[in-house]
Design a protein around this ligand. Structure first.
Ligand code: IYR
Length: 224
């Protein structure tokens, strides 16, 4: 046996019947299939406790060598939100105005997105997920993290489902480039912004594009 910092403990979970497994997997699929990226937020408040629970659910995601290489910046401060909006719009204006290819803009057109990011001001919470490329040891030397993008992507997925489960909506916003966020939030050099996600209630008149999702046949390739 190799030595480990984690003692191994028995793992158990209640076993469920095949019938219940089918029912549960189907109802979970049907529930998450209702999740949508929503761009129209209400300014109705959401408690910090709810946001903390959502973030702690996200932080249960698996990660390379269990390094949990993420930080969730939880922002409700109105002046910080409007600063982030202003900076995001500055970058997005350049992106939509020429940095993105014609093909990209054409692909985005049906979604109706543009450089205006009003939701950063309106949503009660902005969560910026930071990925931590490495950690600092106490002596100031660096310790590597592993599969950082994969790990943080998994945590972001858990986050979105936790938001939906709480009866709220979110939008995965990717202003590009995102260096302005590190500066505005005064983050350390081992962190890089990964996603900016407004969270809140949908606006009363919120609309989403009428999308369909790929079928079983399109997304599963069987090897039986
Ligand atoms: N980052 C920009 C553009 C954008 C890109 C993709 I790909 C989207 O699916 C949606 C938007 C923005 O957030 O507006």
């Amino acid at each position: 046996m190799t030595s480990t910092d984690f003692p191994f403990i028995p793992y158990t979970q209640d076993s469920i019947s095949e019938k219940e497994m089918i029912e549960r997997s189907k109802s979970f699929y049907e529930k998450v299939d209702k999740r949508r990226s929503v761009r129209d937020f209400s300014d109705e408040p959401v408690s910090k406790e709810v946001m903390e629970n959502i973030i702690m659910a996200a932080s249960t995601a698996p990660s390379g060598a269990h390094k949990q290489p993420w930080t969730f910046c939880l922002i409700s401060n109105a002046s910080l939100k409007s600063k982030l909006r202003e900076l995001a719009e500055e970058e997005e204006k350049k992106s939509y105005g020429g940095r993105m290819s014609d093909e990209w803009l054409k692909d985005l057109a049906p979604l109706g997105t543009d450089w205006v990011k009003e939701f950063i001001d309106i949503a009660p919470w902005i969560v910026v997920i930071m990925k931590r490329a490495y950690e600092f040891n106490e002596d100031g030397s660096k310790h590597n993290n592993y599969y950082v993008t994969e790990s943080v992507g998994l945590a972001a997925g858990f986050f979105l489902l936790a938001v939906q489960n709480a009866g709220l909506v979110a939008l995965t916003h990717t202003p590009s480039p995102m260096n302005f966020i590190s500066k505005a939030l005064n983050r350390p050099e081992n962190e890089r912004p990964f996603l900016l996600i407004p969270v809140g209630h949908p606006a009363k008149n919120a609309e989403v594009p009428s999308l369909t999702r790929k079928s079983k046949e399109e997304v599963i390739h069987y090897y039986e």
